[in-house]
Design a binder for this molecule. Structure first.
Ligand code: ZN
Length: 270
């Protein structure tokens, strides 16, 4: 599909990239990204994806905007206090980036309402975990595995940030979020209990958005190639999948490790 002149100008700096080009820009515009949580991570990740021309984004959050959110959740201002996060973010993003259609679901993700989101008509290109609590992270991981959607999960608290990706079809050897953190494990750190600086969350959200755009390109490019050649995707084709990245925002160090599957995992080995 040919881009309009206006789109060509607007996205020219990313179209210039050999890995994007017009083809990649079309991939972005045809993608639908589901974002769970519209706090500090979801604000910036959604903004970068909408700004890049991702055609459809669904935001899910039942939370209302509070004054203590403003240092990290940069789409929001004092006039928005008390309003729903998904709704306000969707309105502001659609105004700024009209190429992107933003849906807002103004409730928390639960096991009960998950079928409404992951119904048969929805084909999500990616699922972004931007939530702020351990039980929601486990649920998101479970839904990603069940519905075969690539998961990009980010978190930040104190000066520690973490980013990982899960795709059981292409990288079954690397397991899932539950392999890394079994649900009976106590993970209590969150920004509410230990505090966090805005740019710390922003760093992880930017990395999450960057990883997402890279994955949209590589997953779709490989799907195109597979259709032509009939070959299976090789592990080397997807270097970002199944990796865990940890950032220390006090020492400014990044660490990377390959995720490993737990053969007894209740979620991905069932
Ligand atoms: Zn697992």
């Amino acid at each position: 599909m040919a881009l309009t002149d206006q789109a060509f100008i607007q996205y020219s700096r990313q179209i210039l990239l050999a890995d994007v080009g017009e083809h990649g820009q079309n991939i972005f515009s045809q993608s639908h990204v589901l974002i769970i949580g519209v706090g500090g991570l979801g604000n910036l990740a959604a903004q970068y994806l909408a700004a890049a021309g991702v055609g459809q984004i669904t935001l899910v959050d039942g939370d209302t905007i509070e004054r203590s959110n403003l240092p990290r959740q940069l789409l929001f201002s004092v006039e928005d206090l008390g309003s729903n996060k998904a709704q306000v973010a969707a309105e502001k993003l659609m105004q700024a980036y009209p190429d992107s259609h933003i849906n807002s679901l103004q409730h928390y993700l639960t096991l009960d309402n998950a079928p409404e989101i992951f119904n048969a008509r929805q084909q999500f290109s990616l699922l972004l975990d931007c939530s702020d609590n351990f039980s929601t992270r486990q649920l998101i991981n479970q839904l990603a595995i069940e519905h075969q959607v690539t998961l990009v999960s980010a978190s930040a608290a104190n000066f520690q940030g973490q980013l990982l990706s899960v795709n059981q079809q292409l990288r079954p050897d690397t397991g899932c979020y539950h392999c890394l953190y079994p649900s009976d494990m106590g993970v209590s750190q969150s920004c509410q209990t230990v505090g966090v600086l805005g740019p710390m969350v922003g760093t992880l959200a930017s990395m999450q958005a960057l990883m997402s755009l890279n994955l949209l390109l590589s997953l779709n490019a490989k799907a195109d190639q597979r259709q032509v050649s009939g070959r299976q995707t090789q592990v080397d084709d997807q270097p970002l999948l199944g990796q865990l990245y940890r950032f220390d925002g006090a020492k400014f160090t990044w660490r990377q490790a390959k995720l490993t599957r737990d053969p007894d995992c209740l979620v991905c080995s069932a």
